[in-house]
Design a protein around this ligand. Structure first.
Ligand code: ZN
Length: 119
């Protein structure tokens, strides 16, 4: 890899600074832009807030405010490295997947309850 390409890569891969991250959280009012979890209502919520690259860095997504959104850790994990045409499409995917996971969880918990009560 030529040095100029390498430098470009390093620049792109540079992580967000704390200040850059805080600016995104402030802009989004500490709210997950996918599920709406509000990081200002409790410390526990605040702890799971992250900054998501809408177009992942690994896919050439830039470290620019318009490519960055506040996301809770679960939404960020669910979104993973998928590439979407737009933020709206990403949001639709994340919310659909959360709902599927919620239904799996409900099934699992109702089986657990049935097991506990011997039903
Ligand atoms: Zn979320």
């Amino acid at each position: 890899m030529p040095v100029s390409r390498l430098m470009q890569f390093i620049r792109r891969a540079k992580p967000l600074t704390i200040e850059e991250g805080v600016n995104i959280l402030k802009r989004d009012h500490y709210r997950c832009q996918y599920c709406g979890l509000d990081g200002s209502t409790s410390f526990e919520n605040y702890l799971v807030m992250t900054v998501d690259f809408v177009v992942p860095r690994a896919r050439g997504g830039k470290k620019e405010p318009r490519n960055l959104v506040t996301a809770c850790r679960p939404c960020n994990l669910i979104k993973g490295r998928h590439v979407f045409k737009s933020f709206e499409e990403a949001k639709e995917y994340v919310l659909k997947r959360r709902e599927e996971l919620r239904q799996e969880w409900q099934k699992r918990m109702s089986r657990l309850k049935a097991h506990k009560t011997g039903a």
